[in-house]
Design a protein around this ligand. Sequence first.
Ligand SMILES: Cc1ncc(COP(=O)(O)O)c(C=O)c1O
Length: 423
Amino acid sequence: MQLGAEDELYFEDVSATEIADTYGTPTYVYEENTIRDNFRRVLNAFRKYYSDFHLFYALKACNNPAIGHILRQEGAGIDAASVNEILLAEHLGLGGEDVMFSGNYLSDADMQEGLNTGVIFNLDDIKLLPRVLQFGKPEILSFRVNPGYGQSNIGDYVTNAGPEAKFGVHPDQVYDAYRMAKEAGITRFGAHMMPGSCVTDPDYFAYVTELLMDLIGHAGKDLGIKFEFIDLGGGLGIPYSPDEKSLDIEETARKTSEVFKEKTDAYGLERPTLMMEPARYFVGEAGYVLGRVHAVKETYKRVIGTDIGMNVLARPSMYGAYHPVYVNRRENEARERLGLCGQICENTDFWIKDRLLPAGTNEGDLVAAGKAGAYGHVMTYQYNGRLRPAEVLVNGSNHHLIRQRESFDDLIRHTNIPSYLQD
Ligand SMILES: Cc1ncc(COP(=O)(O)O)c(C=O)c1O
């Protein structure tokens, strides 16, 4: 995003006013070129140090098919968290070994349906193995390893490994998991972890890679398992607040690949494909929610009431997450400590309690919440009868609707009033 004449906000070359006039508010806006640049930055950095490096995109962060298509065009496979995400991947033209099924606490139906699709099975628990085998043998199987340590700039909410995490195979069970899989006749293997999300320290990625490699290296060496791929998960972080720093991708790639190569050599693993499956890094900074100020209240402090509520951007109320906010045509005005909220009947909707915002912010102004492309629209909901927002893709001076705003019909769709109540 950039500021144009008279401090108008621009998404690539499209003004906030044009988006709001065309599609209304609130609307998610994605910058296509930012997504492509982010993807290429990661791919090129890692390929420089390890040529057999591939990226999957974790669809859970932003599941709009248009966004999925952009990343597929760039060469990404898909990390799917559910059978429906596998179907979404198929809708993008991806299947088989271009898709990894990393669900957790799976039902029998999940396993059966997942097996039918022929994607890579990534098991989150040793006990899932005999359950999957009841229904068939995955062509290629990996375990999601809990390497015993995880980290996140967003705190415990998205720290996905270590003793407090619900995810992954316990470190002490990793060897047995692979042994059992081999004994069951599985012939093709990978390994996976996803120990944390939103990390901006390159050393962390090298450290968890070392932990993973030591756990699976023993299994590989002793059991004679050839790992075709090793997937380090996602977790590449972005700075949300002005005091957070950006992740140095170049350093991350260098340090992580070094450890990876050292360990594959140390355990005599033939160099497997190195994989990652980020999401936030690709789409987080490319996405904004464009909203409008509808009411300004003078109470204990001045509170700006917008249509960007917790139903539209859930992360602040879920995680206490920070999102930057920009006010159209006022970014260079004097600032004052203000509050900002949505229109939902919960005080968690009062998501900015006290922040320096343009003092003149007033009814009718357009506001944009930044860094909203990841875990944004996918977490919207209809509480208070508010409807899910539209999604728009911009590319240069072009803009395209990629998801319609919901209407009242969507609020009652799939509901039924039993006939005995209809008197
Ligand atoms: C299994 C798995 N892979 C990848 C990701 C993407 O993580 P991030 O957005 O931190 O890159 C997630 C996110 O939770 C995940 O659960």
